[in-house]
Design a protein around this ligand. Structure first.
Ligand SMILES: *Cc1c(COP(=O)(O)O)cnc(C)c1O
Length: 379
C-alpha cells in the first residue's frame, strides 16, 4: 500500500469527506501571479478602513512582552466584554477568531452518533466543523431565491431538521455569503421551539453592522435560553482579521466545557490588547458603519444598473447573481486587479460575493466590470 492510501486509511472518520476551505485570494498572490501592482481585494469582508488607531497603539506598546506566554484566561478582555454585554465574565470564551470557537463547540458537543444542522448556503465552516468530529451534517432547505430574504435561513426548515440525534444547530445572523438575516422576534420564537438538549449557535460575525436591528441583545437571552451560544468576532467591523480574535457568549457551564477543550494559550497577547482597545474605539466603529452603509447602497445600485440581481445585505458585502457562470467574471476581474469571491463552492455558480470597499475601490470594481463587458464580455 502506497503512503497516500495508507494515510487516507489512518485519517479519522469524517476527515476524508472534508473539502478544504478556500479563502479569498491574497493580494500578494495575485500580484505575483500576474506581475501587476495596485490590485484591490474585495473578497474577504475585511474592514477597508483598517484597524482602529488605538489597536495599533496597543500592539506597539505590548510588542516587547511577546517573549512571555499570553494570558490564557484573557482576563482583561473578558472583563471588558462582560461589562459591554451585561453578562458574567465566566460566560465568555475567547477564540483564535470566532472560527476556532465554532470548531471548539463542535468538538465539545459532537461525537460520531450525533447530528449538527445548518441551512443550505450558510457559512461553510459549520459543515466543516461538524464533519471533522465524525458527526453527521444535516442541511436544511434555505428560502427560495424569490423570497424576501433570498436564499436565507428558513427557521421552519431548520426546526424540522432537528431530530433526537441533533446536538447543534448553526445559524448565521446575518448570513455569509447571502447577506440575509432573521428578525429578533422570529429567532426568539425559534429558540423557544427547540428542545433544551439542542445547542443553538447564533453566529453574529456581522451583527455589529446593524446594532439596532440584528443581534440586539442576544447575549442577554441566555438567561431565558441556556442552550443559546452567541458568537462574534473582531475580524469584520473591528478591523482585526489578521490577529485572529473572536468570542462566544454562552451559559457559564457551556463556557466551562469549551474551556476544557480549548488550547491553554489559544489567543495571542497582541490580539488580546488590540481587541480590548478596539472595543473602546467608538469613533472608528461608527465611521466604519457609516462608510459601509454608503458603500452598500452605492455598490448595490451600480451592480443592479449593470444588470445583476443584488438583494439587500445586512453585512459588509453583497451577493450578486450575474445570471451566467460567475467564474469567468471572477477571472476577468482578477486580470483587472480586482479580487472578489466566487461562491460556486456554496452551490452558487452564478453568484459573486463582493465586499464593500473604500469609495474609490467600489468605483474601480464597477469601472472594471463595464470595461470587461465593453471588450465583449467576461470571457
Ligand atoms: C468571517 C466570518 C466568521 C469568522 O471570522 P473569524 O475571523 O474567524 O472571527 C464567522 N462567521 C461568519 C459568518 C463569517 O463570515
Amino acid at each position: 500500500m502506497g503512503p497516500e492510501a495508507l494515510f487516507a486509511r489512518l485519517a479519522a472518520p469524517g476527515v476524508l469527506g472534508l473539502e478544504p476551505y478556500v479563502p479569498g485570494k491574497p493580494l500578494a498572490e495575485l500580484e505575483r501571479e500576474l506581475g501587476i501592482a495596485d490590485s484591490i481585494k474585495l473578497a474577504s469582508n475585511e474592514n477597508p478602513l483598517g484597524p482602529p488607531a488605538a489597536s495599533l497603539e496597543a500592539v506597539r506598546a505590548a510588542a516587547g512582552t511577546i517573549a512571555l506566554y499570553p494570558d490564557g484566561a484573557a482576563w482583561e478582555l473578558k472583563q471588558a466584554l462582560a461589562r459591554k454585554l451585561s453578562v458574567k465574565p465566566a460566560q465568555i470564551t475567547i477564540g483564535n477568531g470566532s472560527n476556532e470557537i465554532l470548531c471548539l463547540i463542535a468538538e465539545t458537543f459532537l461525537s460520531a452518533a450525533d447530528e449538527g444542522v445548518h441551512s443550505r448556503y450558510a457559512f461553510l465552516v459549520y459543515g466543516l466543523a461538524i464533519q471533522a468530529t465524525g458527526a453527521r451534517t444535516v442541511v436544511a432547505d434555505a428560502n427560495p431565491a424569490a423570497a424576501e430574504q433570498p436564499l436565507g435561513h428558513c427557521l421552519d426548515a431548520l426546526r424540522q431538521a432537528i431530530r433526537p440525534a441533533t446536538r447543534l444547530v448553526f445559524i448565521a445572523n446575518p448570513n455569509n455569503p447571502t447577506g440575509t438575516w432573521v428578525e429578533p422576534d422570529a429567532l426568539r420564537a425559534f429558540l423557544a421551539s427547540v428542545p433544551p438538549t439542542v445547542l443553538v449557535v447564533v453566529d453574529e460575525a456581522y451583527a455589529d453592522y446593524r446594532p439596532n436591528s440584528v443581534g440586539v441583545g442576544t447575549p442577554g437571552w441566555i438567561v431565558e435560553f441556556p442552550n443559546l451560544i452567541v458568537c462574534r468576532t473582531f475580524s469584520k467591523l473591528y478591523g482585526l482579521a489578521g490577529l485572529r480574535v473572536g468570542y462566544a457568549v454562552s451559559h457559564q457551564e457551556v463556557a466551562a466545557l469549551l474551556n476544557r477543550v480549548r488550547q491553554p494559550f489559544n489567543v495571542n497577547t497582541l490580539a488580546q490588547v488590540a481587541a480590548l482597545a478596539a472595543l473602546n474605539a467608538t469613533d472608528h466603529v461608527q465611521r466604519s458603519r457609516t462608510l459601509n452603509d454608503a458603500g452598500l447602497a452605492f455598490l448595490r445600485h451600480g451592480l443592479q444598473e449593470f444588470g445583476w440581481q443584488v438583494p439587500v445585505s445586512a453585512g459588509n458585502f453583497l451577493l450578486a447573481d450575474t445570471g451566467e457562470t460567475a467564474g469567468t467574471w471572477y477571472e476577468a476581474l482578477l486580470r483587472a486587479g480586482v479580487i472578489v469571491r466566487p461562491v460556486a463552492n456554496y452551490g452558487l455558480p452564478r453568484h459573486l460575493r463582493i465586499t464593500v470597499g473604500l469609495p474609490e475601490q467600489n468605483e474601480r470594481l464597477l469601472g472594471a466590470l463595464k470595461q470587461i463587458r465593453g471588450r465583449g464580455g467576461s470571457g
